[in-house]
Structures are given as structure tokens and as C-alpha cells.
Write a protein that binds this ligand. Structure first.
Ligand code: SIN
Length: 349
């Protein structure tokens, strides 16, 4: 239910709260004994807000909207398009002061990177914040982390502009990070989505983290276009002992447009892939190199593919899709130019 301190009148200043589903909206059948056995995306966004109603600062006016209610492992590109369009038009609405999105943690890094790349400049220029959050425990678990995460996200979205610039952020376990830095690195830790990301406590902002935020925003380019039809087909392939060329040959013949390689170590891949990848590249398939290690930069450039800097494979995949889409519409730049806009950023920790 929407409470008395929440508004339905879309023309009054408010924070827009968008529900996408996830564990934050999940329910376990036996929450006390076995909280990790649950179904994601069971509760509506208004119910989630109702559970923290007493703690929401009185001056905050909220408007809730259910966009989807899914387990985010099933996230599709059509839903990203819907979410991106909604965030963009809502940011442009003078009555919307900020946006909070509740999202499953499994693919929150993809949604976060996508929103940062397509709506980040707009949010920054308007001085508004888009804040993603979620939970690692279902809503009915005794130690459920969702309510506090949601409350922190609302507070971060409403933080005065002089204390934090606009942009796309994420909040988990009392910490805030740039959404482009999200990367789920643990199956169950409460801070899993940002445990390896540069972050700051929500309550007491770390000045060096804020300097990094400003430095990144200064060099990040214009927003990329949100794909409105079919997104370019891009897959992630992991190199491993015993890797074979057939997978690449199969995808090449099926009409794939891009490959993101999660290589070993510094981003190298099995020599069994050499020939097939060269053929794929000659056929015009875009190739990006990342590392399967989970951290660190890929530096080395070679004739084959582009390196993804410090983008992990899921984020590099979204970046490549957006770059291919942008290059299709704007022939004056290549997909490599658009990709560099998202991947070549200062590595300030
Ligand atoms: C999901 O991603 O929807 C389920 C897992 C989670 O939210 O932690």
C-alpha cells in the first residue's frame, strides 16, 4: 500500500521507486530454517515500501511503479530497453527528484552498467540520482537485508546535490558505489554486488571515493542510445583447459555479431581458438578481450580484438552491444570509438 507520506500525484516532486523483482522481493517457504531456499520476485514494490514506511523520512514523497517482478537471471534485453526508456523519460520529468530501482543481484551489474552508459550523463547534468539496490536474503528471512538497503537507497537518491553529484549509483550493506562498478563476487555475502568495487559508507561519504566519482564523470562521454529493437547478438566465451574451436565456428556461422572473450590471466586464450577467431574477425564479428580472473586490467593490445580495460565480461558485453548499436545509427564513428567511450576511463581506486 502507498502510505500517507507517499504521493500518487505525478506532478508533485517525488522519488520514483521502480520494482524489477529479485531476492529483495522474494519469499522463502521456511525462512527461519532455510532462508536461502526461496522464490525471487514474489512481493510487489508497494509492499516492500510498506514494510519500511515508519522509517522513511517524512519529507520524502514516493511514487511506486512495478516494471517487472522477475528473478534477474532471466533478465532480457527487451526489459533493459523498457527500463532504460522509463528511467530516461522519468529523469526528464521535472517532478521526479530521483529514482530508486529494486533489482535482483544476479544481473544487477548488467542493468547498472547499461543505465550508467545510457542515462548517466543525463542524470549528472540534471543533478538527479538513479540508485539501484536489492538484497541477498528474501524479504521474510529473519535477518532480511532488503529493508535497510531500500531505505539507504531512498536516502541516497534524496541526498542534497551539494553533497553528491547526479549519476547512476548502487547501494548495498551500508555502502554506495557507482553502478558501472557493480560486480557480484560472492554467492551469499550481503555485500556481494559491491564487495570488490570502489565504494563509500552511505552515511559518511569517503572524500577519496567522491573524488574518484567526480574524476570518472569528468572523462565519461555522452550517453549512448538505448537500442529500441533487437539488440546486437553478443555472447561471452570463457577460455579454459581443453577449449575447442567448434563453439566459435558454430556461432560465426549462426550470424553472431560480437564475442566477448573471458580469457585466462591477463586475457590470453587457448591457442585452439586462434584460427576460428581470426576467421570470425575477418567476417566482421566484433571481438572484445576480458579476463576470467574477476579483477585487474587487460592492457595488451594485439591484432585480434580490442581489450576491455577493467570491464569484466558481463559489463563488456553490454558495452559492446551498445557500441554496435550506436555505430549502426551513426556512421561517422566506429563501434570501437563507442566502446572506448565506456571502457577507457581512469583507473582510480
Ligand atoms: C535475482 O537476481 O533475481 C535473484 C538473486 C538476488 O536477487 O540476489
Amino acid at each position: 500500500m502507498v502510505s500517507s507520506n507517499q504521493v500518487k500525484a505525478e506532478n508533485s516532486p517525488h522519488i520514483l521507486v521502480l520494482g524489477m523483482g529479485g531476492t529483495i522481493a522474494g519469499l522463502a517457504s521456511n525462512p527461519t530454517e532455510n532462508p536461502s531456499s526461496y522464490k525471487a520476485g514474489e512481493l510487489g514494490i508497494e509492499t516492500l515500501l510498506a514494510t519500511i514506511q515508519e522509517s522513511i523520512p517524512g519529507h520524502l514523497k514516493l511514487l511506486a511503479q512495478q516494471v517487472a517482478n522477475i528473478n534477474s537471471r532471466d533478465l532480457g534485453e527487451d526489459l533493459l530497453t523498457l527500463l532504460g526508456n522509463l528511467v530516461k523519460t522519468s529523469l526528464e520529468n521535472p517532478a521526479v527528484q530521483g529514482i530508486v530501482i529494486t533489482h535482483g543481484t544476479d544481473t544487477i551489474e548488467e542493468a547498472g552498467f547499461f543505465l550508467a552508459a545510457t542515462c548517466g550523463k543525463l542524470a549528472e547534468n540534471l543533478g538527479k540520482r538513479v540508485v539501484l539496490t536489492g538484497a541477498m536474503l528474501p524479504a521474510n528471512a529473519p535477518q532480511a537485508d532488503g529493508p535497510l538497503n531500500l531505505l539507504d537507497a531512498l536516502k541516497w537518491a534524496a541526498t542534497a546535490p551539494e553533497n553528491c553529484p547526479g549519476g547512476v549509483f548502487a547501494v548495498f550493506a551500508g555502502k554506495v558505489c557507482l553502478a558501472r562498478d557493480l560486480a557480484k563476487r560472492h554467492t551469499s555475502a550481503l555485500n556481494a554486488p559491491l564487495m570488490d568495487s570502489p565504494s563509500s559508507p552511505v552515511g559518511l561519504v569517503n572524500p577519496s571515493w567522491m573524488s574518484r566519482v567526480r574524476a570518472i564523470q569528468k572523462v565519461s562521454g555522452d550517453d549512448l542510445t538505448i537500442p529500441q529493437d533487437l539488440w546486437p547478438w553478443v555472447e561471452i566465451l570463457t577460455s579454459h583447459a581443453g577449449a575447442r574451436s567448434e563453439t566459435i565456428e558454430f556461432l560465426t556461422n549462426k550470424g553472431i555479431q560480437g564475442l566477448v572473450l573471458a580469457g585466462t590471466g591477463l586475457g590470453g586464450f587457448h591457442q585452439a581458438w586462434d584460427e576460428a577467431l581470426k576467421l570470425a574477425q575477418d567476417k566482421g564479428i566484433a571481438i572484445i578481450k576480458t579476463t576470467r580472473t574477476g579483477a585487474g586490467k587487460i592492457e595488451e593490445e594485439s591484432a585480434l580484438g580490442l581489450t576491455a580495460g577493467n570491464l569484466c565480461a558481463p559489463r563488456a558485453r553490454i558495452a559492446l552491444q551498445l557500441a554496435l548499436n550506436a555505430a549502426k545509427a551513426d556512421k561517422s564513428l566506429t563501434w570501437q570509438d563507442f566502446f572506448a567511450r565506456m571502457a577507457v576511463l581512469p583507473d582510480i581506486r
